[in-house]
Design a protein around this ligand. Structure first.
Ligand code: GUN
Ligand code: FE
Length: 420
């Protein structure tokens, strides 16, 4: 028999970046984990089904974090007086080298997964470290918790540190092993994760491109985050026409679904290539401010129709909260507006990026339109707001000043993960 679930509450979601769609105490009907429809009264045929009653509480789509580094959880707030290269050398690489220790990794990854869920992040694209064993711990923990994710064992065989680098052969073999082991999991899947071009030899990039294409596995990496980084890429890969072209040359730029974090200083030719290859840019405003990378012109990219999602980029970013990442994206766009006159992002645009925009990477995820997989959060906001504000105003307020304490239930793939 089909399983039908009905939720009642104040529903808010975005079909497009332009507007928030709301229903006052509407009935959200879910059939086999997918949205069947939203109704103002319960249709006759569903009258006998019991209702999860969240009257006057908000029901919104779960958040999607398209770029986050799980091992960097304990680095948040540290070393942020440095820029990217020094931050990596002095803090990050040392910290990540500890993930060969399984006890340490388990303790950190358990906390990471719990905090991700607490913050209402139902789907995420995660960098682990180069270590095959502890990366698998992260897969297992996410599966146990019931979260949806792409998890990447990081690849780096060049310009790392003596304590954080692998051989080319080991990097390829370990990546293949993880792909074969996890590709068929319904919710937690592998993603090919060259750390960034400077940390990879040509041989490794070539092999990773082949693996991605052979096994039809998506790709994630960093692109054009920091001016010194870009100069370094030009020096290391003089044959490439742009930073993005390095990845493209090796089949790691849209040949399979691809995420590129940051993309702050993209050149016009590079943007055209990115558009042609349908690569998704992940805007990480909190990180871009913390390590002084720059201001990403999200408005310009959105208006061109480029796919954009949002990323916390913990530990460059210091918050796992995607609602705070939305706020940072809007604030960043307002600073740009004062400098360039470009229109700032609206709440509905930024909320869209953190739900349906990013959710596209997972299929039909991030909206409550018919056919979408049901990932949702129940938000209990303050009583006075229920009495005096519209649903859209309450959503805005929750995004700006709400936190994990307001999120009382988390559904992922139709399942309340607390009841799992
Ligand atoms: N570029 C290469 N590695 C990293 C990382 O760990 N964080 C950020 N923000 N950028 C990177
Ligand atoms: Fe990053």
């Amino acid at each position: 028999m089909d399983t039908i679930k009905i939720l009642k509450g104040d529903i808010a979601f975005t079909k497009s970046p332009d507007e928030v769609t709301t229903y006052k105490n509407g009935y959200l009907v879910i059939k086999d984990k997918k949205i069947l429809g939203i109704y103002e009264t319960i249709p006759e045929s569903f009258q006998k089904i019991s209702i999860d009653d969240y009257t006057d509480q908000l029901i919104i789509p779960g958040f999607v974090d398209l770029h986050v580094h799980a091992p960097q959880l304990d680095q948040v707030g540290l070393g942020l007086d440095k820029e990217l290269m020094d931050w990596l050398d002095v803090y990050t690489f040392k910290l990540e080298s500890r993930f060969q220790d399984m006890d340490y990794a388990k303790e950190v990854y358990n906390r990471f997964v719990d905090q991700l869920a607490n913050n209402g992040t139902t789907r995420s694209c995660i960098f682990a470290t180069i270590h095959k064993e502890s990366t698998q711990l992260l897969f297992e923990r996410l599966k146990e918790k019931g979260l949806g994710a792409y998890v990447g064992k990081v690849n780096m065989d060049a310009n790392g540190a003596k304590y954080l680098q692998e051989s080319t052969k080991e990097s390829i073999e370990d990546t293949r092993e993880i792909i074969l082991k996890y590709s068929n999991d319904p919710l937690v899947k592998p993603i090919i994760t060259p750390r960034f071009a400077p940390n990879c030899t040509r041989a490794l990039l070539k092999a990773l491109g082949q693996l991605a294409n052979q096994h039809n596995v998506p790709v994630q990496s960093h692109l054009s985050e920091n001016k010194k980084e870009i100069q370094w890429v030009k020096k290391l890969f003089p044959e490439a026409t742009s930073y993005g072209d390095v990845y493209n040359h090796y089949g790691l730029f849209g040949q399979t679904p691809t995420l590129m974090a940051h993309g702050i200083y993209l050149e016009e030719e590079e943007l055209k290539l990115l558009e042609k290859q349908d690569v998704t840019i992940v805007h990480c405003p909190d990180s871009n401010m913390n390590i002084a990378s720059g201001m990403m012109p999200a408005r310009r990219y959105l208006d061109r129709g480029i796919k954009i999602g949002l990323g916390s980029d913990v530990g460059g970013g210091h918050l796992l909260s995607m609602s705070q990442t939305i706020v940072r994206a809007i604030q960043n766009s307002k600073m740009l507006q004062t400098l360039t006159g470009e229109k700032a992002l609206t709440m509905s645009e930024a909320f869209y990026m953190a739900t349906k925009g990013g959710g596209k990477f997972f299929g039909k995820v991030g909206s409550f339109e018919t056919g979408y997989t049901f990932d949702g959060l129940i938000i209990d906001d303050e009583k006075w707001t229920k009495e005096r504000l519209t649903i859209e105003e309450r959503l805005n307020r929750f995004i700006y000043v709400g936190d994990d304490r307001n999120i009382i239930i988390r559904y992922i793939n139709g399942v309340d993960i607390n009841l799992k």
